[in-house]
Design a protein around this ligand. Structure first.
Ligand code: 13P
Ligand code: G3H
Ligand code: ZN
Ligand code: ZN
Length: 309
């Protein structure tokens, strides 16, 4: 099974009212935990690489780790660039064998976002690669961009329809109240489902993408805090809201923070409980297993892309 694009996956997800999980990858244990989970749940995967991940792990290592995951698992896997900030980085990834890229020009004015996205779409489509773009701004921290709550702006539905038509993009990330990181809501969690419904209504059959969609699972926050961590007040998107979004045209759900929390909680616990251990394999193994169980739960109970193959 080679790398695949998300075209067919999204069309099945759209019709079946479920979502494909897009998980951020940064090292071998994270990739293995996610892929082992998908293998057991018979689920397709989008493995996505941010600029930060490329800087941390070296792009060539990540690419070959994902190739190894495909060879080992036989799963349909999309290798996706997350939040590509320029045509140049998208081009680099396309030339390097990625099957999907995100151009995130959402911080530019509307017409400029269209022009940059269009340029990426033309280059990508000529090479059989699909493109995700973003319209509207999420609050929170993305790579080099820290968007304050005041600068965040929800996606305008009419603009979304115009954007898709003018760019020919394959999927679109929208802002309806989610944000990156572990602190998504101050009070009660709340997403603008009315806006989502309007956008989906104007773009029938078109796959939408939800960024900042981690649930910030309380069990992991509690474990982190119990074993020496200090992350009070963390809160994510409730699972019920993700299920609802998946039934309304959201075909790709992005998860990074939940991976980070699961791994950190397990490692903190292992190091605290085994003060004599200095073999990294012992605590990394715990981190990998925690990721695997968390991702299995997401796939089977939240995203609904299990038993897909
Ligand atoms: O959107 C994301 C990656 O692009 C990740 O979102 P979270 O921070 O909610 O996991
Ligand atoms: O969108 C943000 C992702 O969680 C990636 O985060 P990162 O830039 O720290 O790798
Ligand atoms: Zn963005
Ligand atoms: Zn994102």
């Amino acid at each position: 099974m080679p790398l695949v694009t998300s075209k067919e996956l999204f069309s099945k997800a759209y019709d079946g009212k479920f979502a494909i999980g897009a998980f951020n990858v940064n090292n071998m244990e994270i990739i293995q935990g996610i892929v082992d989970a998908a293998k057991e749940e018979k689920a397709p995967l989008i493995l996505q690489v941010s600029a930060g991940a490329r800087k941390y792990a070296n792009p060539i290592y990540l690419k070959h780790l994902v190739q190894a995951a495909i060879e080992d698992s036989g799963l349909p896997i999309v290798l996706h660039l997350d939040h590509g900030e320029s045509f140049e980085i998208c081009k680099q990834c396309i030339d390097d064998g990625f099957t999907s890229v995100m151009i995130d020009a959402s911080h530019h004015p509307f017409e400029e976002n269209i022009a940059i996205t269009k340029q990426v779409v033309e280059y990508a489509h000529d090479r059989g690669v699909v493109v995700e773009a973003e319209l509207g701004r999420l609050a929170g921290i993305e790579d080099a961009v820290n968007v304050s709550a005041a600068d965040a702006a929800f996606t305008d539905p009419q603009q979304a329809a115009e954007f898709v038509e003018k760019t020919g993009v394959d999927s679109l990330a929208i802002a309806i109240g989610t944000s990156h990181g572990a602190y998504k809501f101050k009070g009660e969690p709340n997403l603008d489902f009315e806006r989502l419904q309007t956008i989906a209504g104007l773009l029938p059959g078109f796959p939408l993408v939800l960024h900042g969609a981690s649930t910030v699972l309380p069990e992991f926050v509690e474990l982190c805090n119990k074993y020496g961590g200090d992350i009070p007040g963390a809160q994510g998107v409730p699972e019920e809201m993700l299920r609802k979004a998946a039934s309304m045209g959201v075909c790709k759900i992005n998860i990074d923070t939940d991976l980070r929390l699961a791994m950190t909680a397990a490692i903190r616990k292992s190091l605290t409980e085994n003060p004599n251990n200095f073999d990294p394999r012992k605590y990394l193994e715990g981190g990998r297993s925690a990721i695997k169980e968390m991702v299995r739960h997401k796939i089977a109970n939240v995203l609904g892309c299990n038993n897909f193959l």
